[in-house]
Design a protein around this ligand. Structure first.
Ligand code: UGA
Length: 432
């Protein structure tokens, strides 16, 4: 069945949600408050790097099922469903800032057609569904929590092939109406109350972050006792209760979700009277991991990076995205530069001069457009993002460009034996 859907917010979540719902056959209007973004989308320019998204948007716009407008009210005026996909940034005390979501609700309250359903996709603290209900002040409009589980870089795939669909509402008929929008998608649907749906989202992200911090902590143990982390995770992962996914050691977790959501959950628990010491520990281990990677670079150049020239491959918080938000690479580089190193970096999606959105994050960093140029005269090379392309680069060329052939491979990405054969000194995570 074709439904009219308004999607409020044209970020990663909003654009993916809007395009995929249009792809499923609904008529979708996406709204944003940023006029430049809306103009760009109307010219067919997709402002984010997301596999398959631009072709899907093009196909849906051409098919007349997807359009972009300025302002929430224009989109919401004739909809059956309004999806809230606006940011919930971290406030100064670690809690989620709900001002965007409250504003969006306020701006659509008067224009929503009778018995429309408002669907909250943004990650919001427990109780926010009620807050949206109050801001809307419409007894005929139901508010439903429908959290997203989309990974940047594979968001379109994750939307169309989800592990589960979670719907939280006290209004069963509204929940069923929302579930029916996902027609054609095969996945278990969990219908629950709003607080449980909101908690499922936070608990899932916090659990995944815990898995990675655990693995990074075991990697530190492996280094201390001489075990090989790659073999350890392989052996752990074959236990089906543990599984192989999210067991990759690395420079720490980052991005726009895990850091913000884990802090928010600590805060939610604290406000409710529970001291979530375990999750605080998970966050601490993550911050220590940035320090550990920076220390590896220092050890390799004789104890201090003061005056050292450091080459970097990878700046984004993970591969297959151009997103630098809360990237572990930037936290590690900030430490190295604070200690006197000069850094020359290469990333396949980060070019120089950088666009204004990123300037603050990269200020003072030398960014080059060639991985070998980054290594010119370097004392040590740091691999910080797991871009596949790095695996196939010419190590002889890298060695001859560097002042000293040394690598800290914070993603255990490069072939250790190949590095050794070419005379590199190397350190990984949880293995030499
Ligand atoms: C994450 C979740 O995976 C999504 O399910 C969720 O919907 C999304 O947050 C969100 O809340 O919006 P994303 O931030 O795109 O998605 O990134 P992930 O792929 O989960 O990676 C997060 C971080 O963990 C990255 O820094 C990555 O490099 C790191 N990581 C991941 C590891 O260090 N090791 C691993 O094994 C996996």
């Amino acid at each position: 069945m074709n439904n009219k859907i308004a999607v409020i917010g044209c970020g990663y979540v909003g654009l993916t949600t809007g395009a995929c719902l249009a792809h499923l056959g609904h008529t979708v209007i996406c709204a944003d408050v940023d006029a430049d973004r809306v103009d760009a989308l109307n010219r067919g320019e997709v402002p984010i790097l997301e596999a398959g998204l631009d072709s899907m948007i093009r196909e849906c716009v051409e098919g007349g099922r997807l359009s972009f407008v300025l302002g929430e009210a224009t989109a919401a005026a004739e909809c059956d469903f309004a999806y809230l996909c606006v940011p919930t940034p971290q406030g100064p005390d670690g809690s989620a800032d709900l001002s965007f979501i409250e504003n969006a609700a306020r701006n659509i309250a008067a224009v929503l057609p009778l018995e429309a359903v408002v669907v909250n996709k943004s990650t919001v603290p427990v109780g926010s569904t009620r807050v949206v209900e109050q801001v809307l002040g419409r007894s005929d409009v139901s508010v439903v929590s429908n959290p997203e589980f989309l990974r940047e870089g594979s968001a379109v795939h994750d939307f169309l092939h989800p592990d589960r669909i979670v719907i939280g509402s006290d209004d069963q008929s509204a929940a069923i109406r929302v579930a029916s929008l996902y027609i054609g998608i095969t996945a278990p649907v969990i219908v629950t109350d709003p607080a449980s749906a909101e908690t499922i989202k936070y608990a899932s992200n916090a659990f995944l972050a815990t898995k990675i911090s655990f693995v990074n902590a075991i990697a530190a143990v492996c280094e201390a006792i001489g075990a090989d982390m790659n073999d350890v995770v392989l052996g752990m992962g074959y236990d089906r209760r543990i599984g192989h996914e999210f067991l990759r050691p690395g420079p720490g977790w980052g991005g726009s979700c895990f850091p913000k959501d884990s802090r928010a959950l600590v805060r939610i628990a604290e406000d409710a009277g529970y001291d979530f010491d375990l999750l605080r520990g998970v966050i601490t281990v993550n911050e220590e991991q940035f320090e550990r990677v920076a220390s590896k670079a220092a050890e390799m150049v004789g104890g201090s990076v003061n005056g050292a020239r450091i080459a970097v491959w990878g700046l984004t918080f993970k591969a297959r995205t151009d997103d630098l938000r809360d990237s572990p690479a930037l936290s590690i580089l900030a430490r190295l530069r604070r200690d006197g190193a000069t850094v020359r970096a290469f990333d396949p999606t980060v070019t120089h001069p950088v666009d204004s959105r990123r300037t603050g994050l990269l200020e003072g960093l030398e960014i080059v457009s060639d991985p070998y140029a980054a290594c010119e005269d370097a004392d040590v090379l740091l691999v910080l993002t797991e871009w596949d392309d790095f695996k196939w680069l010419d190590l002889d060329k890298v060695a001859s460009a560097m002042a000293h052939p040394r690598v800290v491979d914070a993603r255990n990405l490069l072939d250790r034996e190949a590095l050794r054969r070419r005379g590199f000194e190397s350190k990984g995570i949880g293995r030499a």
